[in-house]
Design a protein around this ligand. Sequence first.
Ligand SMILES: C[S@@+](CC[C@H](N)C(=O)[O-])C[C@H]1O[C@@H](n2cnc3c(N)ncnc32)[C@H](O)[C@@H]1O
Ligand code: SF4
Ligand code: SF4
Length: 427
Amino acid sequence: MLYKFHPAVIVRAEEKASMFFQKKIADTTLVSFEAIDAFLEHFKSKEDIPKELLHHFITRGYLIPARNKSEQKQDLELLEEIREQAKIRKSPLNSLYAPETIHFSLTNACNQKCIGCFYSRGEVEEEKYLDSSMFESITKKANELQVFQYALGGGEPLLHENIVEFCYLSTESNIIPNITTNGNLFTKELAKEFKQAKLGQIQFSLNGSEETINKDTRPNFKKTMNAIKIAREANLRWGINFLVTKRNISDVPAMILLANKLGAETLNFLRIKPPIAEGNTWVQNESLSSHEHLKLHEMLKNQSSITRLTVDASFCFLFNHLSSEEMYSRGMWGCAAAQRFCTISPFGHVLACSHMHHHWDVENGDFDKAWRESKVFQKFRELNSTITGPCSSCSIKPTCKGCRAVVELITDDFWASDTQCPKNNNQ
Ligand SMILES: C[S@@+](CC[C@H](N)C(=O)[O-])C[C@H]1O[C@@H](n2cnc3c(N)ncnc32)[C@H](O)[C@@H]1O
Ligand code: SF4
Ligand code: SF4
């Protein structure tokens, strides 16, 4: 059988490796030199692709059948070039050559107040919207460095008057734009615009399958459900963000059913990070206990779901029964701040992590400079050797490392272990 790469696949050279991106499902896979050679052998002399590699690349939509050798010619030339570039590329410690995703907080303004919000609540001292000219210069650089996608959030990103133009500009620059929104301002007209601008995915935040549960943390159940209806009718790819708390954990199975019933592409479970208003006690009171973390893991493991169930990187400790290698192969990298992604604030500050907005040392949206020179980024990248306590000897440290935002809030020590990890905490 002959294979070629799907037309929606983009390949970028890394240091002694390459990064594959499947645009249609927003999936990334890091491919070693050996794997590149296996593909080259297949394209040159029809050698079989090793079974595991083939399985991964077919199931994730990177490879499709080719009718003849001439259909493979383009991929052969591309991979030969990538291999040459990969030999000389230099990446910062433990990091990709450039971010695969840039998160943008397009504004700190918001049109509602959610309990526990980590960034806005519409209560900021100075409302700020990211400058369009800064977005343009960032996108020019991101295009040069082959950044794969943008995650546009906030505050509430639909409040930014240039949101549609930003999507067009991203797509024209070969970067897939994605949006996370509360949905309040989403209309049929906007859905049509986003469709035309080739938005990758729109993610709606919903913390309960019913109004009574959602209202514990978010005030806009009906508006979000209406926004979902609009997205479905416009045939946009859409998903749900569900922030898991002590109060709504029992709603997880119902949420999975609802997401499947409505046809969500993904249902993404978020772990609680420090809020701007409620403080330490809210995190401690609402975060899951060890027992509840195990329960969440069971719920996710045993569910059959067409909607893809995903967890945010800081929930990696739920999968501590896997080896780091198995986690990598399932696309779990743990905290990848400054290693795979970075965040740009509406003020142009370049952050390693969106949840640690006071930690930055590069401004004007110069993410390339931050990627190569930031001391803050270096601190995150060195964690594998500088982390202290139980995490330092954990078998999955390379693919987990806990959550620095939570750790710093609770222990006041950036390098400490994650006290909420079910392995470190028996409560
Ligand atoms: C800050 S909001 C910005 C986008 C938009 N306003 C919205 O609500 O979807 C981005 C995501 O962060 C989630 N979030 C809010 N507070 C959080 C917290 N304390 N910890 C973790 N995630 C949180 C929201 O549920 C939402 O899915
Ligand atoms: S979570 Fe989103 S909608 Fe809620 S207050 Fe924060 S920014 Fe606004
Ligand atoms: S001990 Fe630390 S590194 Fe290991 S699973 Fe727990 S949080 Fe992750």
